[in-house]
Design a protein around this ligand. Structure first.
Ligand code: SPV
Ligand code: MG
Length: 414
């Protein structure tokens, strides 16, 4: 209201309301529809026209409207959002327009509204359906591995500006490998569901983004049907289960260790039973195909994909441990020839040269960065431990550490 009042003093006010797509790129997910957001602005009676802004940057809208002034809150001077400010200044300069910055209103009432919106986004029924919404809205859903409150905060809050665009992660992956590794345990379904749920709960407590759980093999069908219900109730958006049976080992071992692929019939029965147990249309059961990992061939992978979709799978994850993305791209191409809509998920740990744009162009809907946070944290921590041991003190390790004053302020206070 302050901003609108200030703007109205200078002439006719045009307000740009960001589209959902533009918002989710750098801000939080909208809690009300675009039409409702526009209506709120119209209702103030201070505005001549409300327009939809399809892009965060102003390269299109400013030359089109050529406003005498752009009026904006002053809360964009620091951090990645300063790129938007720079972009506005650059566009105004073209014809001599002016930027007016209004002090941002910080008070308890505004904070409360902000907290309420965040709380709403974190609620199970809102969080759960957000993955499907993002699949429909984003060219590709960018998903980062998390295994604790702290890693959850990194996925939640990291926003970057690059090439004039702001970007953030859309969703979080609770990996069996990294959840187990964080507990010093092997990735063999040893860390049980109660413990996995504890991790999910820690993450949910401090985040709002949707969660995809690595459900390993899904276990016994008789247990799986209960577990999907629990996950759905908690507000998890999807579980991915892999078509293996017996003692599961991590797929990145490939054929170096013995791993048994489940039969198509058994795995289809597991998917169908899980789907039948669900109470909402939001929760997704995604079937993960291990045929390429186990060197059973493309034909087997495609046959299984078809059968799993028929059995009710809400998405297909295709995995590979080749350095080259070729077999994944080939699968996507052949799968998409027949099935245009079932979401495809990939985990480019080995074939990491492929970009998100290339994956999206191949018809992939979700990309999961499944272990990079853990793999970067471990050498950093180990290096510090070595440094302290070598020097009999912590001074030498200090230059690699986050400043003490930053760590105590890392976590928001309520
Ligand atoms: C995990 O992150 O635990 C996965 C993906 O299952 S992978 O490790 O690539 O098999
Ligand atoms: Mg796993």
């Amino acid at each position: 209201m302050n901003i609108l009042r200030e703007a109205a003093r200078h002439g006719d006010v045009y307000v740009g309301v960001l589209s959902d797509e533009a918002m989710v790129g750098f801000n939080r997910f909208p809690t009300i529809s675009l039409e409702q957001r526009m209506e709120i602005v119209r209702e103030t009676g201070l505005v001549k026209e409300v327009m939809v802004q399809q892009e965060v940057m102003y390269d299109r809208v400013i030359p089109e409207v050529r406003p005498d002034y752009v009026v904006h809150g002053d809360n964009w001077a620091q951090g990645p959002e300063s790129a938007i400010r720079d972009n506005v200044i650059k566009n105004l300069k073209e014809y001599g327009g002016e930027l007016l910055e209004v002090p941002y209103t910080y008070n308890d009432r505004v904070k409360r509204i902000d907290d309420q919106m965040k709380e709403k986004l974190a609620m199970p029924e809102f969080r759960r359906r957000r993955l499907r919404q993002l699949i429909a809205m984003r060219p590709i859903v960018k998903t980062l591995e998390v295994h604790s409150g702290l890693t959850g905060l990194i996925a939640e809050k990291t926003v970057v500006e690059s090439n004039g665009k702001l970007d953030q992660f859309d969703a979080m992956w609770i990996s069996s490998l990294c959840d187990s590794t964080a507990k010093g345990k092997p990735d063999i379904e040893l860390v049980d569901m109660s413990s996995r749920i504890r991790t999910i709960d820690d993450v949910m407590d401090v985040t709002t983004k949707p969660i995809i759980l690595d459900g390993d093999t899904g276990g016994l069908v008789e247990h799986f049907v209960y577990n999907v219900r629990t996950l759905e109730r908690m507000g998890v958006s999807a579980v991915i289960i892999e078509d293996k049976t017996g003692l599961k080992k991590n797929s990145l071992f490939g054929t170096e260790v013995e791993q048994t692929q489940d039969s198509i019939e058994n795995f289809c029965a597991k998917i169908s039973a899980g789907k039948k147990a669900l109470r909402t249309d939001d929760f997704m059961i995604i079937a993960r195909i291990e045929s390429l990992i186990l060197e059973r061939g493309m034909e087997d992978a495609l046959k299984r994909a078809d059968a799993y979709v028929q059995a009710g799978a809400d998405g297909i994850m295709i995995h590979s441990r080749q350095k080259s993305p070729d077999e994944i791209l080939k699968f996507c191409h052949l799968f998409r020839e027949k099935d245009k809509k079932t979401p495809i998920v990939v985990v480019p740990t080995s074939f990491n040269s492929i970009t998100e744009e290339e994956l999206a162009a191949a018809g992939v809907n979700i990309v999961i960065y499944a272990n990079q946070l853990t793999r970067s944290a471990f050498p950093a921590m180990q290096g510090t431990a070595v440094e302290i041991l070598k020097n009999h003190r912590a001074l030498e390790a200090d230059s690699r550490l986050m400043p003490f004053k930053d760590i105590i302020r890392l976590i928001d206070e309520i």
